[in-house]
Design a protein around this ligand. Sequence first.
Ligand SMILES: Nc1nc2c(ncn2[C@@H]2O[C@H](COP(=O)(O)OP(=O)(O)OP(=O)(O)O)[C@@H](O)[C@H]2O)c(=O)[nH]1
Ligand SMILES: [Mg+2]
Ligand SMILES: [Zn+2]
Length: 356
Amino acid sequence: MNIKLLGFTDFFKDQLTALLKEKKYEKCVPARVSLEHKHSYRVITENEEWLASVSGLYAYEAFNRAEFPAVGDWVLVEKMDGENRAIIHKLLDRKSQFSRKIAGREIDEQIVATNVDIVLLVMSLNADFNIRRLERYLVAAWDSGATPIIVLTKADLCEDIDRYLREAKAVAMGVEIFVTSSYTGEGIEQIRALFEEGVTGALLGSSGAGKSTLTNALYGNEKMEVSGIREDDAKGRHTTTHRELVLLPGGGCLIDTPGMRELQLWDQSDSLSSSFKDIEEFASNCRYRDCTHKSEPGCAVNLAIDHGHLEQSRLQSYFKLQKELAFIERKTNTQAKLAEQRKWKQISKGQKKKYK
Ligand SMILES: Nc1nc2c(ncn2[C@@H]2O[C@H](COP(=O)(O)OP(=O)(O)OP(=O)(O)O)[C@@H](O)[C@H]2O)c(=O)[nH]1
Ligand SMILES: [Mg+2]
Ligand SMILES: [Zn+2]
């Protein structure tokens, strides 16, 4: 196989060329992580597929979760003699990554997929359709560095597609929307056309939205397991349990992911503005520059609501996401400081030993 089909672009080739000059990577080849288990990975090289785990040194040097390989990553691996296994020595720099805050109270970043060109935000045209959730996914998608698109699935079940389309358009802010049905084939060709050779996409959305069914439709075969949704509330059964990269026959790569119960934001940039351009635009006309759009006089955002140009619920959603991001930022600043202190302690300990 040509490694370019796996998405090995110049961005990675240049890194490889530089790294192979180092003696310690002499026996290594590039590989892409296609599956992630608890402590091991499946990687694809130009010619083979191996099970792999990180080297002891790699694990020792990684300071946080995000530095471990994730599905979509390019890594340098060394094959173990006589086995179908390999050791991961090095992670190549990522060109994009989709992250979220790990579930629960702990504050840490979880990488969902990396080196993705297109993030497909999947939502079905039934009880799963939720515009506030879509806004949340859009913020995370803009932060990833990949291009988001919205995929509305199960068109065959929907009586009033136009209504949903209008709602989605109102929050999409220039993001392209596709309507599909994996059953009738509607819209599948348009999605397939996005996956030129070497392009990587990742499917994100709640359980039961039809991500794996769409993967199968694009793959042209039963690659991923799918199962029915609950009839009463259209919620899925968390059928897919691992993130998995699938090589499409046309030469693109698709990462199918398990449906998320909740997507808590993990944002590093000003992607909130990209997703709420309408509010930011109104806000530029507020009397006060630091207007919070709560009850200040001359607030153009509230005026827009009064005149019916903006939905109150959308502004509430904006406030909510803003608050969430501010919280993460405060927490990570404290954590980063502590981690930095620990790092320096370790380094100075090591030096003391050396010079003794
Ligand atoms: N009518 C209809 N049903 C669909 C369509 N796509 C998927 N489904 C059904 O929706 C259910 C859930 O599909 P999956 O593909 O397993 O959903 P998923 O998003 O992968 O769910 P998780 O793996 O749990 O995250 C299955 O019963 C599918 O047959 C579609 O286009 N039309
Ligand atoms: Mg699935
Ligand atoms: Zn204002």
